[in-house]
Design a protein around this ligand. Structure first.
Ligand SMILES: Cc1cc2nc3c(=O)[nH]c(=O)nc-3n(C[C@H](O)[C@H](O)[C@H](O)COP(=O)(O)OP(=O)(O)OC[C@H]3O[C@@H](n4cnc5c(N)ncnc54)[C@H](O)[C@@H]3O)c2cc1C
Length: 400
């Protein structure tokens, strides 16, 4: 395994580092101010449009996309350090068009979409002219086991008719969201993993109703997490993604690289939290000396450095495996980094919050927000226990 940077990565890291320092970090408070002043809190703030224009000029665009001819053409290993750097800011990935759920949706459109679907949805997503949502989870069933999904996709002549209730449909409240990738049951009699299909629904189709915007520990995300009712939503049969019954296989294709991206960005969040923790500990004095001189704080700092470096190596190994042996070969490692990266990032952010005292739980720093994100991401995209189940199954299998 060789984890040294390629010449492309080194160049892009240099450009991205300057972009983050000169544009993204200074834009963070402006982004919040513009959102607070907007009539619609889900509309993209002007500052983000400016950041995206600049990122495009600099060639910092769609870096996540590993499919030929669609993005920068980086491997996962090349993208990993860039995703980490961009993850240091909560608005970083949106600035370079690498944010969920669009990345996963672009991934599956590239892999399974027809030429017509690609022209209508993928191209505008790559150009960030539209945004998208992914509707799988349902409030009424345990959705970590996707075989439980009850929403229906029923064939009717040249159309499909969709019914069901979804929630935590991220991105749906953004007025630029024009596409919903919907997962539902198309054949209840088929074998368990062939019952589900994925279909493309225009966000403004009659019968799509956003009932509410769900919070994340009280924070309302700019993109919004919708609870959405689908009532007799009719779309042409050509909107089926892949073939009927492919839903499960497509979902796996979507979530593999997506989990890597989350893990990479979590390392960035952890690094930023550690930076903040060290600086605060040096400048804040209690009981006759700076916090940075206290043994307990020094231990938090040291443990954070060890844990971050451990997960970075695991992420790089998973990226290397995906690049060299394919996503399936990296299954256990991808599950491992989804758990480990988020747990470490959350632990580091939590120590930073403690070091900041009351300021840590206010909104004066980015820490409270990161605390919520790193906790929620231990549930979103598959709860930790489901990934642990996968790792344990593969491990035990070796000994049968
Ligand atoms: C911020 C956020 C954004 C999200 N965005 C989206 C989105 O865009 N689209 C979408 O479709 N969904 C989205 N989700 C939903 C997310 O994917 C689901 O919440 C997740 O898959 C778990 O499903 P569930 O909530 O139904 O939990 P359940 O399936 O009810 O599980 C509850 C708990 O049971 C435990 N558990 C489950 N299985 C096992 C097991 N085998 N062994 C032991 N314990 C187990 C876990 O601790 C789990 O947290 C989002 C969630 C959050 C929090």
């Amino acid at each position: 395994m060789d984890f040294s940077y390629s010449a492309r990565t080194a160049d892009l890291l240099d450009t991205l580092g300057r972009f983050m320092d000169e544009h993204v970090y200074p834009a963070e408070p402006v982004y919040d101010e513009q959102l607070a002043a907007a009539d619609n809190p889900h509309e993209q703030p002007q500052i983000m449009r400016e950041l995206q224009a600049r990122a495009r000029e600099l060639g910092l665009w769609n870096l996540f996309m590993t499919h030929d001819g669609l993005g920068a053409g980086l491997t996962n290993l090349e993208y990993a350090p860039l995703a980490e750097m961009v993850g240091r800011s909560i608005i970083g990935n949106e600035a370079i068009n690498c944010s969920a759920p669009d990345t996963g949706n672009m991934e599956i459109l590239a892999m399974f979409g027809t030429e017509e679907q690609k022209a209508r949805w993928l191209r505008p997503l790559l150009d960030c002219e539209i945004r998208s949502a992914f509707a799988m989870t349902e409030p009424d069933v345990a959705s970590s086991d996707a075989t439980n999904i009850t929403s229906t996709i029923r064939r009717d002549g040249n159309d499909y008719v969709v019914n069901g209730r979804k929630w935590y449909t991220s991105g749906i409240l953004d007025p630029d969201c024009k596409l919903i990738v919907f997962m539902g049951k198309s054949d209840p009699e088929a074998p368990a993993y062939r019952r589900q299909s994925m279909i493309l629904i225009p966000a403004d189709a009659p019968g799509v109703e956003v009932l509410r915007d769900l919070p994340m520990f009280g924070f309302h995300d700019r993109l919004g997490h919708g609870e959405v009712q689908f009532t007799d939503v009719r779309v042409p049969a050509t909107n089926m993604l892949g073939a009927e019954g492919d839903g499960f296989a497509i979902a796996q294709g979507r979530l593999g690289p997506g989990r890597m991206h989350y893990a990479m960005r979590a390392i960035g969040m952890a690094e930023r939290a550690l930076d903040l923790m060290c600086r605060r500990a040096l400048e804040r004095t209690a009981f006759g000396g700076p916090l940075a001189e206290r043994g307990v704080v020094r231990e938090w700092i040291a443990r954070s450095r060890i844990e971050i470096d451990q997960i970075r190596l695991l992420v790089l190994k998973s990226s290397w495996l995906m690049d060299t042996q394919g996503n399936a070969a990296a299954r256990a490692e991808v599950a491992a980094i989804k758990v480990a990266a988020m747990e470490v990032a959350h632990a580091v952010v939590d120590r930073a919050v403690q070091t900041f005292g009351a300021a840590g739980v206010s909104n004066d720093t980015v820490l409270a927000r990161m605390h919520a994100i790193t906790r929620a991401l231990q549930i979103a995209d598959g709860p930790n226990e489901v990934h642990l189940r996968t790792i344990a199954r593969l491990e035990v299998k070796k000994h049968r």
